[in-house]
Design a protein. Structure first.
Length: 624
């Protein structure tokens, strides 16, 4: 089956937010994800068990429908012995159906659970692989709020897939089982009109189809707004959750600024939007209830009315009439499922599109080797880091301008054991150089030869302290058992966190309990523990208290065998380590056009990037 053409998602300035993929391709993608899951065998066993239970349940329901004839005939004949015997038969059939229903409910829940586990783990694994998460954040709409796709969309897709698949199989099996029964029962329907007798093959089947179709069409006409309203509700609920979370995370700043009243108005606005959608939903659901409830009550008498001509002409016994009624209801229920689930199927396809677009975008993160205007990264030598003819492009909101900062000398080589400081004009975005060395910013030209990644540690300007125990935060990204407690405590003392020595096993939100200086101290403590051969820092000493800055510089001085590249203008680092200084000097900006691994966008650039070069300066000239 051919796959539809795929378009690049999330291009800056482009309104597209996904891929043009066929439904078959999306289903195959998700099947491949489940097939590679460690839960594959359990999922297959559950699916086979569910199918078996559904078939057995359908067979027992046919037996229950057949039981109607002798039971109601015993009532009509007033035969007490036969009546009690049929009650015993009913007890066995009902008991079997009860057991089957309970087992099916458990299998349904376990299947949905395993599907969610397999899908969620696969998406998280794809997201947190090879720096894809950070790359995706720059891909426009598809990279916004990935948590929504990883959590809510994955949950909805797993649950709706399970429910719809089981409902489809069950309704199909019931339909084929009872259409035959109803068709056979219709054979005895003989109609007389003005002395003429005639029969309609499958009379009750056609009646069930017409009744179910009319109910479904009318339900769709009345409830067609529900899909859009539900989508609006999910969107507004997400906005409200974000507003509450954002206010909670930033409450200290809000309180200090006296902005509680402003936030209260914002949140009340979001609450009003949610309530407005809920009111519309309430009206739409009420209107739909008129249809569903009326058909729900009339179905009690409609099959009797349809079969009444045959019954009153003595072509059906009372027991056979009850069999016809039961078979009619089963066929009606099965037929009604296909149209009644039009809305859920549409929502399922929308969720499938969001999840598969997200997964496809993650896979595309690794396909940038042949993209234009991309810096080449290689891990060439343990003893040197080389920047070859590097130019780093600055990306604006709408695209790329092909003038950035580069190397005036052509090539810069940093040997193992050196101490380096890279600073420059305030107009130069030095952070892009740090990101380029870390492999996060690929927009540019040239080649960077790096040491092996396992020998490098990067400390960004904004420290990250993961949740969990303090031991885990200090060892991050390594395992919490990588270092002994006495080693951890010694490192904490050196970076000024000695007051926390007794709390290594305490689980807390350390990013909230520690101030900004202490969070950076955690990162330096890890560098002291890991003692990497190469350490690259991005303005990590700027903005610290003088005492804290001096203490952390002394920690860096303890790393005698570590090559250090400090991007920034810290005077403390300059004085303590006497580094070789490279300077980024902004040149006259020149307008240009281009792209970084993507087609050019439609709108003109909104900003002008800068061009700079490296030059070795004396220590006294090294200022930021």
């Amino acid at each position: 089956m051919a796959i539809e053409t795929k378009s690049t998602p999330g291009t800056q300035g482009d309104d597209r937010a996904g891929y043009d993929l066929s439904l078959f391709y999306r289903l195959m993608m998700m099947l491949a994800a489940f097939w590679s899951s460690s839960r594959r065998l359990k999922l297959i066993c559950l699916a086979v068990s569910l199918l078996t239970i559904i078939f057995v349940t359908a067979y027992v329901q046919v037996l229950l429908n057949d039981w109607n004839a002798p039971f109601y005939d015993s009532l009509a004949r007033r035969e007490l012995t036969d009546f009690f015997r049929q009650l015993g038969v009913f007890g066995m059939i009902a008991g079997a159906l009860l057991i089957l229903n309970v087992v099916q409910a458990w299998l349904n829940q376990m299947t949905a659970l395993l599907m969610r586990e397999g899908l969620a783990r696969d998406l998280v694994d794809q997201w947190l692989k090879g720096k894809r998460a950070l790359k995706l954040s720059a891909w426009g709409v598809i990279g916004v709020n990935p948590d929504q796709r990883l959590h809510e969309d994955a949950r909805n897709l797993a649950e709706s897939t399970t429910n719809l698949a089981i409902g489809l199989v069950q309704s199909t099996i019931l339909l084929f089982s009872f259409v035959g029964v109803l068709w056979e029962l219709s054979a005895g329907f003989v109609f007389r009109f003005y002395g003429s007798a005639f029969s309609i093959p499958g009379y009750m089947v056609w009646a069930a189809i017409l009744y179910a179709a009319s109910a479904s069409v009318l339900s769709q006409l009345v409830g067609r707004r529900l899909v859009r309203l539900n989508a609006d509700r999910y969107s507004q609920e997400a906005e409200l959750r974000f507003a509450l979370m954002h206010a909670s995370e930033n409450m200290p700043a809000i309180t200090i600024a006296g902005g509680e009243e402003n936030e209260r108005r914002r949140i009340h606005t979001d609450i009003t939007a949610v309530l407005a959608v809920l009111r519309e939903l309430a009206v739409a659901n009420t209107n739909l209830t008129w249809v569903s409830a009326s058909y729900g009550w009339t179905v009690l008498v409609v099959p009797i009315l349809v079969a009444a001509p045959a019954y009153f002409t003595d072509n059906l016994s009372f027991g056979q009439l009850m069999m016809v009624v039961g078979a009619f209801n089963q066929v009606n229920t099965a037929l009604h499922w296909y149209v009644a689930n039009f809305g859920p199927i549409a929502e399922w396809r929308a969720t499938l599109m969001r999840v598969t677009d997200f997964r496809q975008a993650l896979l595309d993160m690794d396909s940038d080797k042949s993209m234009p205007n991309t810096i080449v990264l290689k891990h060439a030598s343990r003893d040197a880091l080389t920047l070859k003819e590097i130019k780093i492009f600055t990306r604006t909101t709408d695209g790329i301008v092909e003038n950035g900062f580069g190397i005036g000398e052509g090539t810069v080589k940093i040997s193992a054991g050196e101490r380096i400081m890279i600073n420059g004009d305030h107009r130069v975005n030095r952070k892009l150089l740090f990101q380029a060395l870390a492999g996060l910013w690929r927009c540019g030209k040239g080649q960077i030869d790096l040491p092996p990644p396992e020998e490098m540690v990067f400390i960004p300007q904004a420290a990250y302290v993961p949740g969990g125990t303090l031991r885990e935060a200090l060892a991050f990204p390594e395992d919490r058992s990588a270092y002994a407690d006495d080693t951890l405590q010694a490192a904490m003392v050196k970076v000024g966190l000695g007051r926390l020595n007794g709390k290594l096993g305490t689980r807390a939100r350390w990013d909230r309990l520690l101030d900004a200086d202490e969070q950076k101290a955690v990162a330096f403590a890890h560098a002291l523990l890991a003692r990497p051969r190469w350490l690259i820092l991005d303005e990590t000493l700027e903005g610290l208290e003088p005492g804290v800055q001096q203490r952390l510089v002394e920690v860096l001085a303890c790393l005698q065998d570590t090559t250090m590249i400090y991007i920034g203008g810290s005077q403390a680092y300059l004085a303590a380590l006497s580094p070789r200084v490279l300077h980024l000097q902004a040149l006259v900006p020149a307008m240009g056009t281009g792209s970084c691994g993507r087609p050019p966008v439609r709108r003109a650039p909104a900003a002008v990037p800068l061009r700079a070069s490296f030059a070795k300066l004396p220590a006294q000239a090294a200022t930021s």
